[in-house]
Design a protein around this ligand. Structure first.
Ligand SMILES: [Zn+2]
Ligand SMILES: [Zn+2]
Length: 211
């Protein structure tokens, strides 16, 4: 049970969109922050079959391309209940706050703790990891030791908790209970910046060590 990961760095916020695809071409798109021609070309040239758009949370720099890709490939958008309304409403996940116009998304599937996303050889467990946003989730692949954690934690940093809907205590609880509880070798694929491991962050992340 294996799959490849192709990363596209999108938007002026350098957001990581992850394209997961197994050897047969079954495919999952995580956080398409904007409509990107390179991403579309990559998927269609390799004849991948996207089945679902997974959103780690409802901020516009993570879903700006989602509505358009949903129409193009006729696939559902999945997001946690607590962030769905935010991403679907007038403010479109905070875009206007930063002077951006993005298309809101309507959720086709509402995610909850313990849900399992299964597409071809890709199996991801949904962990509710609020704090940066109320409906933040981490998609955890236990057998392959991978976690797609959105803006919860980065290499050497943690997610902002000063945004509307953020919650500092919830963020640290999520980090403690859902990230630091994972084995050291789990690779973290964050919403911005390079990937890292749980062990590396446990040992060196100043925001975790402080606590
Ligand atoms: Zn965010
Ligand atoms: Zn972000």
């Amino acid at each position: 049970m294996t799959y490849e990961i192709r990363t596209f760095v999108l938007t002026p916020f350098e957001e990581n969109c992850y394209v997961l695809y197994d050897p047969t071409g079954e495919c999952v798109i995580v956080d398409p922050g904007e409509l990107d021609e390179e991403l579309i070309k990559f998927v269609e040239k390799n004849m991948l079959r996207p089945r679902v758009i997974l959103l780690t949370h409802g901020h516009f720099d993570h879903f700006g391309g989602a509505a358009e890709l949903k129409r193009r490939w006729h696939i559902p958008i999945a997001i946690h209940d607590n962030d769905a309304e935010f991403a679907g409403k007038t403010y479109a996940g905070g875009a206007r706050l930063f002077g951006f116009e993005v298309e809101p998304v309507s959720a086709d599937r509402l995610l909850a703790e313990g849900d399992v996303i299964s597409v071809g050889q890709i199996t991801l467990l949904v962990a509710h990891t609020p704090g940066h946003s109320p409906g933040g989730v981490t998609f955890y692949d236990e057998p392959n030791r991978r976690a797609f954690c959105g803006d919860l934690i980065f290499r050497g940093a943690i997610g902002r908790y000063d945004l509307p809907g953020s919650d500092e205590r919830a963020l640290f609880r999520s980090l403690r209970e859902k990230i630091l509880s994972l084995p050291d070798e789990v690779v973290l694929y964050p919403g911005h910046g390079p990937s890292t491991t749980v062990g590396h962050e446990r040992m060196t992340n100043p925001f975790l060590i402080e606590r």
